[in-house]
Ligand binder design. Structure first.
Ligand SMILES: *Cc1c(COP(=O)(O)O)cnc(C)c1O
Length: 409
C-alpha cells in the first residue's frame, strides 16, 4: 500500500548522509571525548566540529552551544536553569498558553516552587501580541519564554519584536525554536533572543539529541549534575554519534533552506486550498500567511480527530491530531482551546506536516481520500448537528481576514 508520511512536525526520516555520518561513531570511532589518548582526541575533534557547524547554522559562537538529550531537555534547562540562577533578582516568568509542554510544564513546576507565572493568551490565529508581553512585565520578571513557531498550527511568532521589549526591560528571553531551526532562517543575533532550543529529529537528524544555545554572559544554573562536560552545564558523556548526526543534518538543511521553503510552501498552499475546497465545513487553523512552510492544520466540524487519524492510517496516510505528545489523551489540544475554538470543534483537528520527501502526488492522494473519509465519519457521527461555523467561513492561505469571518453560531 502507498505510504504518505505527513507527520514531519512529530519527527522526520533521517537523511542517508546523516545515517552514514553516525555509523563510524557507533563502531570504531568510540572514544570518550574527555579522555586523552588518540581515539579520544578523535571523538573530541568530531564533537568540536559538530559544535562549530551548529553554531554557524544559527550565527552563534561554538562555545555558546550546549548539547542536550532532546529538545525537551533544552527547554527544561533554559526555563529552570535561568529561573534558579536569577531568582535573587525576581521570581516572575512570562510564557504563552500555546507553548510545547516541555516549556509549559517546566514553568508550572517552577510555580510549585514559589515562582509566579503569566501564561499569555493568543489571538484566533495563535499569535502572541507583543503588547501583552510588555504589559505583563513587572519589576520581578526574570524570564520570558515564547516559542518561535507553534508545533500544532504552525504560527510564527513576532520574536524580534518581543526580544526588543525584553531587552528594554532587562529581562532574559528564551525561544523554543524546535519547529523552526532547519526549516526557516534562524539567526540568533537577528532574533535578539538570549537562549534558543533546537532538536535533531525535527530536521532529519537522529532522535534523542538536541541543543540549547545560551548567549555568552547569560546566567544559567547547570541542569544535570555530574562531570564537567558541556562547559560544566550538562554533565554526562556526550552522545557523539547523535551530535555528529544532528550537525550534519542541520548543515544540509540550511544549505537547502531557501529552495525547500519555497517548494514546501507551494505544496502546503495546494493542500490547504484542496482541502478547504473539497471538504465542507473544514477550516484552516493557525495564521494564513505567517506559518511554517510545511504546516497544514485544520478543524473539521462533527468529526472526532482520533477516528479520522485511524481512517487515514487505514489508507496509508500518517497525520496527527494536535501534537503527537498528547494524542492518546482525550482532551482537545490546549493550543486550539487557547485560540478560542470550542471543545467540540477542537476535537476534530488534523495536522498534516509536509517534509523533504513530500510530493504533489502524495497530496493528490490525500485530496482523493480525505473528502470521502470525512463524509463517512460524519454520516456515522453521534456528534450530529452541534456547533457549526457560519456560512461566511472560508479560509484560504491568502485571505488574511478569514478567521475574523469564522464566528461560531
Ligand atoms: C518536538 C518539540 C519539542 C520536543 O523536542 P524533543 O526532541 O522531541 O524532545 C519541543 N518543542 C517543540 C515546539 C517541538 O515541536
Amino acid at each position: 500500500m502507498k505510504l504518505v508520511y505527513l507527520d514531519n512536525a512529530a519527527t522526520t526520516k533521517p537523511r542517508q548522509e546523516v545515517v552514514e555520518a553516525i555509523l563510524p561513531f557507533l563502531g570504531e570511532r568510540y572514544g570518550n571525548p574527555s579522555s586523552i589518548y588518540s581515539i579520544a582526541r578523535d571523538a573530541r575533534a568530531a564533537l568540536d566540529e559538530a559544535r562549530t557547524k551548529v553554531a554557524k547554522a544559527i550565527n552563534a559562537r561554538p562555545e555558546e552551544i550546549i548539547f542536550t538529550g532532546s529538545g525537551t531537555e533544552a527547554d527544561n534547562m533554559a526555563v529552570k536553569g535561568v529561573a534558579y540562577a536569577n531568582s535573587g533578582r525576581g521570581k516572575h516568568i512570562i510564557t504563552s498558553a500555546i507553548e510545547h509542554h516541555a516549556v509549559l510544564d517546566s514553568v508550572k513546576r517552577l510555580e510549585k516552587q514559589g515562582f509566579q507565572a503569566t501564561f499569555l493568551p493568543v489571538d484566533s490565529y495563535g499569535m502572541v501580541d507583543p503588547k501583552d508581553v510588555e504589559a505583563a512585565i513587572t519589576d520581578d520578571t526574570i524570564l520570558i519564554s515564547i516559542m518561535h513557531a507553534n508545533n500544532e498550527v504552525g504560527t510564527i511568532q513576532p520574536i524580534e519584536e518581543i526580544a526588543r521589549i525584553a531587552k528594554k526591560h532587562g529581562v532574559l528571553f528564551h525561544t523554543d525554536a524546535v519547529q523552526t531551526v532547519g526549516h526557516i532562517p534562524v539567526d540568533v543575533k537577528e532574533l535578539g533572543v538570549d537562549l534558543l532550543s533546537l532538536s535533531g529529529h525535527k530536521f532529519k537528524g537522529p532522535k534523542g539529541v538536541g541543543a540549547l544555545w545560551v548567549r555568552k554572559g547569560v546566567k544559567m544554573e547547570r541542569y544535570i549534575d555530574g562531570g564537567g562536560q558541556e562547559r560544566n552545564k550538562r554533565a554526562g558523556t556526550e552522545n557523539v554519534p547523535g551530535i555528529v548526526g544532528l550537525s550534519v543534518a542541520l548543515e544540509l538543511a540550511v544549505e537547502e533552506l531557501e529552495e525547500e521553503m519555497a517548494r514546501l510552501a507551494d505544496l502546503r498552499d495546494y493542500l490547504i486550498k484542496g482541502i478547504t475546497d473539497r471538504v465542507p465545513n473544514a477550516r484552516l487553523t493557525g495564521h494564513p500567511v505567517k506559518r511554517l512552510p510545511g504546516n497544514a492544520s485544520f478543524c473539521f466540524e462533527f468529526i472526532e480527530g482520533e477516528s479520522l487519524l485511524l481512517s487515514l492510517d487505514a489508507v496509508g496516510i500518517c497525520g496527527s491530531s494536535g501534537s503527537a505528545c498528547t494524542s492518546g489523551s482525550l482532551d482537545p489540544s490546549h493550543v486550539l482551546l487557547a485560540m478560542g475554538l470550542p471543545h467540540e470543534i477542537a476535537h476534530g483537528s488534523l495536522r498534516l506536516s509536509l517534509g523533504h520527501e513530500t510530493t504533489r502526488q502524495d497530496l493528490d492522494y490525500v485530496l482523493d481520500m480525505l473528502p470521502g473519509i470525512v463524509q463517512r465519519l460524519r454520516d456515522m457521527s453521534p456528534l450530529g448537528e452541534g456547533i457549526s461555523f457560519s456560512d461566511s467561513c472560508e479560509c484560504t492561505p491568502d485571505e488574511h481576514s478569514c478567521v475574523e469571518n469564522c464566528k461560531y453560531q
